[in-house]
Design a protein around this ligand. Structure first.
Ligand code: ASP
Length: 349
């Protein structure tokens, strides 16, 4: 086995977020620059070579799928130069970006660690410095994949959900354990999953081949009592993919508004329909109740135990690769970086 080199090269790519926010009469806005972030770091290993580059400086509420491609291109441009990458990002859409980069960065065999803060680097209560330093520690590990480092936890990039608006522990790892914890620069890995992310030294080196196109015409439809059926006319005319957040294990309205026949119409028109759940944990099994069984079960894509933050970019990525319905279903239902653990019927029933 190769020796782990002592000195690592790490690139910090900055994209904005609270971590670099300043106060103004108009509210918090991204102001501080990459150089300001670089001044705050106290790397876990002083021998590491750390550089920084600005990719954008936005509130992550303004993140777009095109910006995901821009971030992926920034990593690709310097991929050979560095051992690991840290991306600073706003927390509001960080989970979407983490999942998006997982799908877009095909062939990734280095760590990409996304972090940010609930309080700006200039705030006396800031969590920015701790999160940034933790992210740098993880970026110098022999890991491969995209992760979120936040409040002392390393979360699989396909499993993060922001569940708190103010507290330091803003993110939860859903339907999957955190990959590692870190305290005072000491990392403890979760032995049940960490091997899935360890660099495979024997593997032939792969080249990074980021996706260059993703399909943005998708929609997330959260069911609620009283949903107006006219939305389906719009979806039919305008979308290539629809993610339905059903109730509980996969229940959909069957009286007054017959969702199943609407889904039949969508799939017959070649639109990819994913059925997931509004519940955060334990995944979806639409065939459990009579109200779910009327769905075209052979045509719909099962959201399984994936979260919406992963399903959105995964559907965009899959539709960007192919328009063949069966192929989209196959791509969506195939696990990427453990975004699906197992068949939910086996795991959760
Ligand atoms: N609105 C900010 C953002 O997502 C929130 C944060 O970074 O915590 O950019």
């Amino acid at each position: 086995m190769d020796q782990k080199p002592l000195q690592k090269s790490i690139l910090i790519l900055t994209t904005g977020g609270t971590i670099v926010c300043a106060k103004s009469d108009g509210g918090l806005y991204p102001y501080y620059q990459t150089a300001d972030l670089l001044k705050c770091i106290q790397p876990c290993n002083k021998q590491h070579r750390i550089s920084g580059k600005k990719v954008m400086n936005i509130d992550s509420s303004n993140m777009t799928p095109q910006y995901w491609l821009t971030i992926a291109q920034a990593i690709a441009a310097d991929y050979e130069e560095y051992d690991g990458f840290v991306i600073t990002h706003g927390t509001d859409t960080m989970a979407y970006t983490a999942a998006a980069l997982t799908y877009i960065l095909s062939g990734l065999i280095k760590p990409v660690i996304i972090t940010g803060a609930q309080y700006s680097i200039v705030d006396s209560e800031t969590d920015a410095i701790q999160n940034l330093n933790d992210a740098l520690c993880f970026a110098s590990e022999e890991l491969e994949g995209v992760f979120i480092a936040f409040d002392g936890k390393l979360i699989n990039g396909t499993r993060a959900v922001k569940t708190k608006t103010r507290s330091y522990d803003a993110f939860r790892s859903v339907n999957y354990p955190p990959v590692a914890a870190i305290k005072h620069n000491r990392i403890s890995y979760n032995q049940s999953v960490c091997t899935h992310f360890q660099k495979q030294q024997h593997k032939r080196p792969q080249s990074l081949q980021p996706a260059s196109y993703i399909e943005e015409k998708i929609f997330v439809l959260k069911l609620f009592p009283g949903l107006n059926p006219t939305i389906f006319e719009y979806l039919l005319q305008n979308m290539h993919g629809v993610i339905i957040e059903s109730y509980g294990t996969g229940g959909v309205t069957s009286e007054i508004l017959d969702i199943a026949s609407r889904v039949h119409e969508l799939t017959a028109a070649g639109i990819a329909v994913v059925v997931t759940t509004q519940c955060l944990q334990e995944g979806v099994t639409p065939q459990q109740y009579a109200v779910g069984r009327a769905l075209p079960l052979d045509k719909i894509i099962y959201g399984k135990d994936m979260n919406t933050e992963a399903l959105v970019p995964k559907l965009m990525w899959a539709l960007g690769k192919t328009t063949e319905q069966a192929e989209v279903k196959q791509l969506m239902e195939t696990s990427v970086q453990d975004d699906i653990l197992a068949n939910p019927e086996q795991v959760y029933l």
